[in-house]
Design a binder for this molecule. Structure first.
Ligand SMILES: [Ca+2]
Ligand SMILES: [Ca+2]
Length: 93
């Protein structure tokens, strides 16, 4: 999942890659929401998401979605999809 979204093989995700990745999944996420995801997840503040930050983002999103954060339903469904596939791949050796 993460590798699929990292289209330039830098080992981390830029906001563009995050946006494109979501788009490939069939979900068009508006720029402000992509930026919000990035800001929330970019723990070391370098402007990109590492694999760990990506995982943290998913957990964070599930939490804020539960707090009735005004995240679009389509975005939440995408995140749930991502979480499911990421957890699957993490369990594999
Ligand atoms: Ca990249
Ligand atoms: Ca980062």
């Amino acid at each position: 999942m993460f590798n699929m979204m990292d289209t330039d093989d830098t080992g981390d995700l830029s906001s563009e890659e995050l946006k494109d990745g979501l788009h490939k999944l069939g979900h068009s996420v508006p720029d402000p929401e992509v930026q919000m995801l990035m800001d929330a997840a970019d723990i070391d503040g370098n402007g990109t998401l590492s694999c760990e930050e990506f995982g943290t983002m998913i957990i964070h999103l599930i939490r804020i979605a539960n707090d009735d954060h005004p995240l679009k339903l389509s975005t939440f469904l995408t995140i749930t999809e991502m979480a499911t596939s990421s957890l699957k791949s993490w369990k594999q050796p």
